[in-house]
Design a protein around this ligand. Sequence first.
Ligand code: ZN
Length: 259
Amino acid sequence: MMYLFLSPHLDDVALSAGGLIHKLVSENQKVVVLTFFTEYDKNLTSHYLHSAHNDNMNSFIKFYSKRVNEDIAFCNKLSAIPIHGKILDCIYRTDQYGEPMYKNSAVIYSGLVHKSDYAFDMAQDLIDKTLLNYQPDYIYAPLGIGRHVDHIIINNLVHSIKGSRKLKILLYEDFPYVLGEYPIINPDGLEHALLRNNKFDKRAILVDIDLKEKMQNILFYESQLEPLFGNESNLLISLGKYHHSINKTKIQERFWLIQ
Ligand SMILES: [Zn+2]
């Protein structure tokens, strides 16, 4: 079977479905990780470095150049195929006047896609090509928890996939946003994201996972550890909290199968 995971950024799939991916590759299934927003623009960083209240934006930007190689290392370890979409991350996308479309975290996490944002069309092209090339049996896409515009754009792609092919589509829970603590101002949560996706008839699927493996795989994305969690032990605490909320006795990941 061929499994295609749609990742907005270089890390989302490892964070949200890293346990399942480890399980699939150990069963010799084929896994492709398509990451859409993998590009940065060195010239635009100054804007964010000078603005306050940006949910750690500076640390995200500082190490952007390392992220592609971290993803390649993760995929190599798991024998998954990485595809990098090379679309600019929303923080680097500009309008026709050269102004950033998403100037601060309030806008980035608003869930509102800028009216002249071209990213959806590029993402649509990319998924169309990938579906043709790999013909997956399963697609995993983000629920869009956290309302990050890049996650919302990829979540919106699901509408155009649905019904056009005989494949199963599942939504994954965007971690760490699923903890209900992000963004810091006006946090989003699982319930809200499920409501936003209520046009789909969904059923929860629980998968037993190996937490140690998942943790090790997340650590491939070293540049993201500090901005997202501070350190390794906080990452483990956050994962523990999340998995405990799903099942008190077993470690499981949860996915939402669209019926
Ligand atoms: Zn992301």
